[in-house]
Design a protein around this ligand. Structure first.
Ligand SMILES: [Mn+2]
Length: 402
């Protein structure tokens, strides 16, 4: 990634700050086990770096001050954990000139905080049953020394930046979607009655690893038959029965950007009459809602229209008589923002803007018939309307049966 892109992001963020406001962003820490490191998304967005425990400080006074604190390498440890990133490497990769070691953080942060009136940090969304995270410990300490400081979570200030994707970001998302699509097509080709759900998951994982992506955007859902009626089914450990459909809800991540695709297909290659009826209704709704996407349309409008269409479909399928009973068979919203987080920042009641990427994912779930259908595409909002980034992944009845 070009450090110029990172500098642009920080400049945009800086413009939103008032004088004497600061931002302190903590990188994630290394987990003890398993050792797959996932960087904090805001830290990654603003620095591009995948190093643990670093801290980014942005302080607005007359001149912008941006300082990055990184771990100091310990020569005796190198044989175990490898070399730490040097100041020079961190500066080159991030485009940040002022780099210090973490052991200087406590001394230096006092200066920034003493003259700040407000500080934004990446505390994230918290609940009372969670232990304090690093940013919260930081806030608690800062408040003891500088009680005048108003502290808040930085999500709000990041929404205007992260929810509007740049060309580079859209390219990363397209790559994630394309590789996910290859995996889905291979699954459709190779799946047979009697296989285990995790065997299908492995086909996708192979495609993802083979392309050099080191993780998925989220845990894959591979749900056969009645399992598809459990929205967050993640066990993926059942045998696929005759005449069952398989619901896949999957997404690889490319440079930290996630795809989020759902497809439902008959494992035998042929829908039963009932499956085809249900599937066709969901497909129809998926297409109608996608056509509504354009700048100025609210996520709320998409949801409202989806519910209307679902109600009609459920009556036609003889599942309900009264419109208001639709909730038994459709219980989620039709989409969300997509980006570094699978459910990306950007409110569920937001008005669409050029550069937003959202999902459109209607579904019908009939537990008593062992049928669950969801069809989810990833949509870029463009000047004239929309572009379906996942258009090459088959969803037509004929394509799925061939
Ligand atoms: Mn989704």
């Amino acid at each position: 990634m070009n450090s110029k892109l990172l500098t642009d992001r920080r400049t945009k963020l800086f413009k939103q700050l008032k004088t004497k406001e600061s931002i302190v962003v903590f990188a994630a820490s290394l987990p003890h086990y398993p050792r797959n490191f996932l960087q904090d998304k805001n830290f990654k967005y603003l620095t591009g770096l995948d190093i643990p425990d670093a801290v980014l400080v942005i302080y607005k006074n007359k001149q912008p001050v941006i300082e990055l604190f990184i771990e100091r390498g310990i020569p005796e440890m190198e044989v175990w954990v490898g070399k730490k990133m040097t100041k020079k490497e961190a500066a080159e990769a991030s485009g940040i000139d002022k780099i210090s070691y973490l052991d200087e953080f406590e001394r230096k942060i006092g200066n920034y905080m003493a003259s700040s009136t407000k500080v934004h940090t990446n505390t994230g969304y918290n609940s009372i049953d969670k232990t304090f995270n690093k940013p919260q410990d930081f806030i608690n300490k800062i408040k003891q020394y500088f009680p005048h400081i108003f502290a808040m979570d930085m999500t709000k200030i990041m929404i205007p930046l992260r929810s509007v994707k740049t060309k580079w970001e859209i390219e990363q998302m397209q790559k994630a979607i394309d590789v996910t699509g290859e995996g889905i097509k291979n699954i459709m080709k190779r799946s047979k009655v009697g296989m285990m759900e995790y065997e299908l998951e492995a086909i996708l994982q192979y495609e993802v690893t083979r392309n050099g992506f080191n993780h998925m955007g989220f845990k894959s859902i591979v749900a056969a038959g009645k399992n598809a009626a459990t929205l967050h089914y993640e066990q993926n450990n059942c045998k696929i029965g005759k005449d069952e459909m398989v619901l896949l809800d999957v997404g690889a991540a490319c440079n930290g950007y996630s795809a989020d695709i759902s497809r439902t297909f008959p494992v035998s290659g042929k829908f039963t009459k009932r499956q085809k009826e249900v599937y066709s209704e969901v497909l129809n709704i998926n297409k109608k809602i996608i056509k509504m996407v354009k700048p100025g349309v609210g996520m709320k409008e998409l949801n409202k229209k989806t519910v209307e269409l679902i109600q009609k479909a459920l009556i036609k399928l003889k599942l309900i008589k009264d419109k208001k009973d639709y909730f038994t068979y459709y219980m989620h919203s039709v989409g969300h923002h997509l980006g570094m987080d699978t459910h990306d920042i950007g409110a569920r009641d937001s008005i669409l803007k050029i550069g937003n990427v959202i999902t459109v994912e209607p579904g019908i779930y009939i537990a008593e018939e062992g049928i669950g259908v969801r069809i989810e595409d990833d949509i870029l909002v463009t000047k004239t309307g929309y572009k379906v980034l996942s258009e090459n992944i088959p969803k037509e009845v004929d394509d799925l049966e061939s």
